[in-house]
Design a protein around this ligand. Structure first.
Ligand SMILES: C[S@@+](CC[C@H](N)C(=O)[O-])C[C@H]1O[C@@H](n2cnc3c(N)ncnc32)[C@H](O)[C@@H]1O
Length: 254
């Protein structure tokens, strides 16, 4: 039977609503409510009422908080084109680039780091080997079959966040909006007797640094790491944080 106009209208309305709900969820995943100073519920209400335009500084905060997402994905989620996100990322690099890699001001397109080809920010093998020699890791708490650094590891399927972490653990967490939850779990595991060695962006202004990282041994790394197969340094500085050891700060020249 052919649908009536009223049925077609209701159906279309339902689709629009489902799309808005999905976009509200996407915004929560990206950390948009936090940037806007809203609770997830307030954000969802506002997003369901219609598209929300972020100011340039707000959008750049969201972009910076999601380094593992490709520019295309972020552009789609934030309702701007991919080039805008690429420009945001270059602006962030320019304002925070370290002395060490300032020689790399070649204007080369560094977006290769952000494409879906390298979403994993895989630990540089030499850094991992040096730490493994020192700590003898027993568990990689977040990895894939391809990137796991230890024989025992958790993947998104087994969900490292839902597991118990014991012994000497390696953690290079997903760098999206969930990073705070990973660091909180590392701190909790350390309180329960584990040693968790974390490789994290040196974003010392974040809540998770203030709440957890500063209570461990912090090793600031000189220069920028080349994650995975990256040809250039990361657009952010990194630190190794050992949770389960007394607080101290080390300027780590490897
Ligand atoms: C930054 S990569 C680190 C990969 C590898 N452990 C390393 O050190 O190179 C973070 C990894 O966490 C994985 N991951 C994401 N969510 C996860 C979850 N809930 N449980 C376990 N692993 C997860 C991602 O697939 C990604 O491979």
């Amino acid at each position: 039977m052919k649908p009536t106009h009223a049925e077609e209208f209701t159906d279309a309305l339902g689709q629009v609503f489902a799309g808005a709900v999905r976009l509200a969820d996407v915004g929560i995943g990206l950390g948009v409510p936090k940037v806007l100073g809203l609770s997830p519920e307030e954000w969802a209400q506002r997003r369901l009422a219609g598209p929300v335009r972020l100011s340039i500084p707000e959008r750049r905060q969201v972009v910076e908080a999601n380094p593992e997402m490709s520019s295309r994905e972020l552009g789609e989620a934030l309702g701007v084109d991919q080039k805008t996100i690429v420009n945001d990322r270059h602006a962030e690099e320019d304002s925070s680039r370290s002395e060490e890699d300032s020689s790399d001001r070649t204007g080369r397109d560094r977006t290769v780091l952000f494409t879906s080809l390298s979403p994993d920010w895989e630990t540089p093998q030499d850094l991992f080997d040096a730490l493994d020699t020192e700590f003898a890791f027993e568990l990689d708490v977040c990895a894939t079959d391809k990137t796991a650094k230890c024989e025992r590891y958790f993947t998104p399927d087994s969900d490292g966040l839902a597991q118990e972490w014991r012994g000497v653990c390696w953690m290079n967490p997903p760098y999206g909006a969930t990073i705070g939850a990973w660091v909180a779990k590392a701190a909790e595991s350390a309180r329960n007797g584990a040693t968790v060695v974390c490789l994290v962006p040196a974003r010392v202004d974040t809540g998770w640094w203030w709440d957890h990282c500063r209570h461990g041994e912090i090793r600031f790394l000189r220069g920028r790491l080349r994650f995975g197969n990256g040809e250039t340094g990361a657009p952010f500085p990194s630190a190794v944080v050992v949770l389960g050891r007394p607080a101290r700060v080390v300027w780590w020249e490897r």
